[in-house]
Design a protein around this ligand. Sequence first.
Ligand SMILES: *Cc1c(COP(=O)(O)O)cnc(C)c1O
Length: 362
Amino acid sequence: MHAHIRPQPGIMDIALYQGGTSKIAGRDDVVKLSSNENPFGPGDLARLAYARAGHDLHRYPPTDHAGLRAALGAHFGIDASRIICGAGSDEIISFLCQAYAGPGDEVLYSQHGFLMYRISALAAGATPVVAPERDRTADVDALLAAANKRTKLVFIANPNNPTGTMIPLEEITRLAEGLPKQALLVLDGAYAEYAENYDGGAALVDQRDNVVMTRTFSKLFGLGGLRVGWGYGPQHVIDVLNRLRGPFNLSNMQLDIAEAALGDTAHIARSLSENARLRDWLAEKLNAIGVVTDRSFANFVLARFRDAAQAEACNAALLSEGLIVRQVGSYGLPEGLRITIGDESACRRVAHVIGAFMESQQ
Ligand SMILES: *Cc1c(COP(=O)(O)O)cnc(C)c1O
């Protein structure tokens, strides 16, 4: 650090976020299963919108995102005036921390929660606080016990990354009802579409003034590279976040492609059904060879090994076969490997390599 020119307290405590790797030197049959991306990529409608984009690069984009918000409102049956769009849901998470938490305030999340909560809390000068989980699942009693008069934000991803587990809406509601008055509950719904009969908490947002939902185009919609996410909340929160948001935080291209993706019913249906089918197939294969997984409600499974050394060795075996999965030691799960559900051939390769690896361990 420089002797005189110093950043705000907390900034140097941030460990740089490591994205999933995508290349192995000398191999051209690599499959990246480390960032929970849709193996089919974006759908045809998004690709067409991308091809159309670029004709008006000299034009500033709209500042109010009215077109995309209206499309989101219609698609999800929610109030478009209480939606805010950002450069990935990461940007919404960052706005929330900047707006509501600062030095002396606490940002609470659960033990194996998404790394961006800690990063954004520290960036805002706030103190990250972790509540223990039970069997790799968020524990509402533990979260309520950890909340106090300094708690400003409580983040919970449902389903959670990297565990894939989720808690029922009744539990989320109990959490929202039990939190101290000054605390805002953020429901991160990055994987909400993958969970059947779950609205990501949208109805709860409508019923209460202390709940916000974040969503993304990065996972189901296959647009992680485009960087579009959004939040849905009570009017008082959206009014605050819009003051922090840069007027041109999303480009014309981002807005148009995201809107097109939302209307691609066929691509959405295919992505969901293939994910469900292959996720259950892979989990069953893994469990049959002694690699345990919790039931996943998302587009990945967390495979658990005997210990960190065995997970490390299996990761090396996968890499040597061109398969990149995610080690999750930074999430407090060194015995786990998070495996994104790829297409059928990728899932078969994963099952085959882990099967051979487990046999070599006998
Ligand atoms: C992938 C992911 C996000 C989405 O991030 P974007 O910035 O929208 O790409 C948010 N939360 C969790 C838990 C995730 O896994």
